[in-house]
Structures are given as C-alpha cells and as structure tokens.
Design a binder for this molecule. Structure first.
Ligand SMILES: Nc1nc2c(ncn2[C@@H]2O[C@H](COP(=O)(O)OP(=O)(O)OP(=O)(O)O)[C@@H](O)[C@H]2O)c(=O)[nH]1
Ligand SMILES: [Mg+2]
Length: 202
C-alpha cells in the first residue's frame, strides 16, 4: 500500500474518547517492549511516529493514528511487564480487553511476539481470547533480524505449534523485522484485505 499520509490523532484512556469517525481500525497488541511501535513505524515507512522506547511499559494509553485518511492504526499498551505496579497492570487488562471486545470498527488485531523466544503464557492467553471472541487476528513474530534463517524457520514452526496456528491466512504466524522490513508485504496484504472486507457491501 502506498502511504500518502500518517498522522497521530490522539491518546485515549477509555471508551468516551475513542475516535468516532467509524473508520476501520487495525490494532497492535503484545508484550511490553516486544516491538509494537517499531512495527507500526516500519509498516508506515516513517521514523518516530509511534514512540519507541527501550524502557518497557512506556505506552499506557491507546494511541490512534490516521493513515491515508482512510483507516486507523491503534498502538495498544503492552502487557506482562512485571515492574509495572499492579493497579496499572489491572487497568491494562480493563483498557485493552474493553477495546478489543467492544470496538465495532476493529477489523484486524495484530499480535506481536518475539521471534527469538517461544510465545509466553500471556501471548497464548491473548491469542485464545481473540480466537474465542472470533476476532480476525494475525500474529507477527518480530526481531527476526536477530536470528539466522535456520533458527527463524525453527522458531516460527514452534510458535505456530504453541499458538495453534493451523492454516494460512487468519491466525497465521508471520516472521517480521522492523530493521530490515522483512515480512512487510505479507502484513500489508492482511491489513488491506481486512480493510477491504470491512467496506464491501454485505
Ligand atoms: N533488532 C530489532 N530490534 C527491534 C525490532 N523491533 C523493535 N526493536 C527494538 O525493541 C525495543 C522496543 O521496541 P518498541 O517498538 O518500543 O516496543 P513496544 O512494544 O512498542 O514497547 P512498549 O510500548 O513499551 O510496550 C526498541 O529498542 C526497538 O528498537 C526489530 O524488528 N529488530
Ligand atoms: Mg510502544
């Protein structure tokens, strides 16, 4: 997809301040520091639109971006960072699950996992939750530039096994690197498909 514009819309902490344009939304969700913001920037071919940080747990709000004036990307706060105070961890669950469960314009959730490690218990929980709620989703295994081709192939296979990915298409596990752009076309294909489906007459 050709990106003609990408702009930050707003940060939101709750339902009353979600944008009301009705535009289709693609959400990015995953463990703290896994590379959600970097994935967004790399897909858009921009640096620094979504804030990246080496300090985990930095993004606590939902950050909305307007792309090509046609759809939203939503950078969700990361989960599973132990040093975040419990109250915040609990409000994370509340903020994120409310959004994922209730947002009608959400057409695709992209779950990000670290290609270097087996998906965690929390990764699996989120995945099962998305499947149970029949939410269209895709898993992106990022930081693949840190692995050899062999290691990557092996790890993607294991991630598919652990997450129960059976078929190509929805629920697929796709290798990615925000550093090299590896996997970019594959992820865009899924995004375009989700946006198009949401806009075709039923
Ligand atoms: N080598 C490599 N590093 C990456 C990649 N993606 C992200 N990183 C690095 O991982 C760190 C975390 O990236 P972020 O994009 O800030 O992660 P995040 O998931 O948005 O983090 P929070 O918002 O704090 O939950 C940064 O230091 C990035 O430079 C990748 O594909 N390859
Ligand atoms: Mg972030």
């Amino acid at each position: 997809m050709k990106i003609t514009s990408a702009e930050f819309v707003k940060s939101s902490f709750g339902e009353p301040d979600w944008p009301r344009t009705g535009l289709p939304e693609v959400a990015f969700v995953g463990r703290s520091n896994v590379g959600k913001s970097s994935l967004i920037n790399s897909l858009l071919g921009v640096k620094g639109l979504a804030r990246t940080s080496s300090t985990p747990g930095r993004t606590q709000a939902l950050n909305f971006f307007l792309i090509n004036r046609r759809f939203h990307f939503v950078d969700l706060p990361g989960y599973g960072y132990a040093r975040v105070p419990r109250a915040i961890r609990e409000s994370w669950g509340e903020i994120v699950t409310t959004y994922l469960a209730k947002r009608e314009s959400l057409v695709l959730s992209i779950q990000i996992v670290d290609s270097r490690h087996d998906p965690s218990k929390l990764d699996l929980q989120l995945r099962e939750w998305l499947t149970a709620y029949a939410k269209p989703h895709l898993t992106v295994a990022t930081k693949s530039d840190k692995l050899s081709q062999n290691e990557l192939r092996k790890n993607i296979g294991r991630a598919r096994e652990i997450l129960g990915a059976t078929t190509a298409g929805e629920g697929e596990v796709v290798a990615y690197s925000a550093v090299t752009g590896y996997g970019r076309e594959r992820v865009w294909r899924a995004i375009e498909e989700a946006i198009t489906v949401s806009h075709s007459p039923s």
